[in-house]
Design a protein around this ligand. Structure first.
Ligand code: NAD
Length: 520
């Protein structure tokens, strides 16, 4: 099994960020404690609710923080607008803003170990993964800086004696509302293009994982981002997040999180006639055809669902196996899942780390118990581990479920944990019908040695990202979006910056000729 080898590629923009870029640009963040929040450029203890951060591997409270209040939203947004004006951020030339983004990328890279340690403590993820996420965030800032420097406006074809140009301008203040599963990467994916576009940004990080966003704001300070352009307001989504989205002067919301939250934010955006980007949930199919390289496919399926303990929007949580190889492949998947090593994220041998929080583990457990009661067969897992050293942590065993129909709840709802449902299919038509029978459309994996079939299926499955004979490979250069209830709008890619801008068309007369009514 090559799961471990696959883990090396996790979330790394392919070919972009494995070289040591930062050695000559190393800026260490000189702040030891991170228990202050950043409201409009001012660091201070928050006056909002107490956030107790629990290490999910040990159950210990490792840090506390007072979050932001709804009043802080007004201060942060007003300061963002003022900072754009006073620093001239939006008027700076692209290469000037890019220089700051390059420095932020280098400073993230110089602080990658600290970011990784903090994120592992906060979310339970393996250090290997959190380090990869930190490096990916650094690469996002570098890529965005390069894209900004080489972006062009469009001279549109005139239909008369005039010049017409389509240009882009910043929106103003952007709200970035993020989930807990990959904090530094989610933050970078929003903050880098929004700043590049000339905006100010207010991050509302998740209550379960606020620390890395605060460290990112320190890094941005260190790298010379003008004060006030970035605020970080930890706190509950239903108060602080809601107030931020509704704020009159917030011109765009960029949201990553669950579909039901995304729907609520979509309603707010509709009321304000405000652009919104939604990166939402998934129930992604991974498909194994009879002609696949089965060693690769089995490893890929296991990695697709069980890496990050299944807490990934793109987790391959619905596994479809062609009928004639169904029993054999299912047996290998069960064997592989049982062999995965559970443990704390700090142990280099760990493959499946604890879930983000005990409450989330309980949710996952309930989903599996409900499926069991509804008649599903739990072929492995379906319980907490019994090892004494894992009792304090929010662990859940890698779980494989069969004997279900694609219409069952466990096949339709996102579990966001280490739980795969496995279903047989007869032929391509049957497969496509089952794969598309979902409200989600985020990702899909196809394992086959027939490239024509791979192409046909890739075109027929409704998903924003398709992997053929691979899974969870990412490049910051490649756009990412969900379709159906998995999202709205696109992040990443060269055009990612555009989604944080308003388009404006300008006509300039060249002839001096009077318009038809001028002589009237
Ligand atoms: P969530 O929707 O509960 O929370 C996400 C963020 O929204 C948090 O910061 C939260 O505090 C805030 N929030 C909650 N209610 C709010 C409200 N009423 N108004 C404003 N903000 C509010 O999601 P989560 O549990 O943090 O993350 C898991 C979900 O995120 C999963 O569904 C997963 O699939 C999804 N996700 C999607 C992607 C993607 O790119 N498509 C990536 C990662 C995670």
């Amino acid at each position: 099994m090559t799961t471990q080898a696959n883990a090396d590629n996790l979330l790394l923009p392919v070919g972009a960020d494995s070289e040591g870029f930062a050695s000559s640009h190393a800026f260490a963040v000189g702040v030891d404690t991170l228990d202050e929040i950043c409201v409009g450029g001012v660091w201070a203890q928050g006056a909002g609710a107490l956030i107790e951060s629990v290490n999910p591997a040990t159950s210990e409270v490792f840090a506390t923080l007072h979050g932001a209040t709804v009043e802080d939203v007004d201060v942060a947004v007003a300061a963002g607008l003022a900072a754009i004006e006073e620093s001239g951020w939006a008027r700076k030339l692209p290469h000037e803003r890019a220089a700051v983004l390059y420095r932020i990328g280098a400073t993230i890279e110089a602080n990658a170990d600290r970011i990784a340690t903090l994120q592992t403590q906060d979310t339970g993820k393996t250090l290997k993964e959190t380090r990869a996420l930190a490096m990916s965030a650094a690469a996002t800032f570098r890529f965005t800086a390069s894209a900004l420097e080489t972006m062009e406006d469009t001279l549109t074809p005139p239909r008369g004696d005039y010049l017409s140009i389509s240009t882009y301008e910043p929106i103003g203040v952007v709200a970035a509302i993020t989930p807990w599963n990959s904090p530094i990467a989610s933050d970078a994916q929003k903050v880098a293009p929004a700043l590049a576009a000339g905006n100010a940004v207010v991050i509302k990080p998740p209550v379960w994982a606020p620390w890395v966003s605060l460290l990112l704001a320190r890094i941005c300070d260190e790298a010379g981002l003008p004060a006030g352009l970035l605020s970080v307001l930890p706190g509950p989504g239903r108060t602080v997040g809601d107030a931020l989205a509704r704020h009159r002067d917030v011109g765009k919301v960029s949201f990553t999180g669950g579909t039901s939250t995304g729907r609520q934010l979509g309603r707010i955006a509709a009321d304000k006639i405000m652009p919104i980007t939604l990166e939402l949930g998934g129930k992604s199919p991974t498909i194994v055809f009879s002609d696949a390289d089965l060693d690769q496919a089995v490893a890929g399926v296991l990695y697709g669902i069980f890496s990050s303990s299944g807490q990934s929007c793109i987790a391959g949580s619905r596994v479809f196996i062609q009928r004639d190889i169904y029993d054999a492949v299912l047996a290998r998947l069960v064997e592989g899942a049982k062999a995965l090593r559970l443990g704390p994220g700090t142990d280099a041998a760990t493959q499946v780390a604890p879930l983000v929080a005990h409450a989330h583990r309980d949710f996952v457990e309930k989903m599996v118990d409900d499926a069991r009661r509804a008649g599903a067969q739990i072929l492995c897992g379906g319980a907490r581990p019994i090892e004494p050293e894992l009792q304090q942590g929010a662990y859940y065993l890698p779980t494989i479920i069969a004997g279900v129909s694609n219409s069952d709840l466990i096949c339709q709802e996102e579990v966001f944990g280490p739980v795969a449902v496995v279903l047989p299919f007869e032929d391509e038509a049957d497969l496509i019908s089952q794969a598309n029978d979902s409200v989600f459309g985020l990702a899909c994996g196809i394992w086959t040695s027939d490239y024509r079939r791979a192409w046909r299926v890739a075109r027929a499955v409704a998903a924003g990202t398709i992997w053929i004979n691979t899974y969870k490979q990412f490049s910051i250069a490649t756009p990412f979006s969900g379709i159906k209830e998995s999202g709205l709008g696109t992040e990443k890619g060269r055009d990612g910056i555009r989604s944080y801008m308003r388009q404006k068309s300008i006509y300039v007369d060249l002839s001096g000729a009077p318009l038809p009514w001028a002589s009237a």
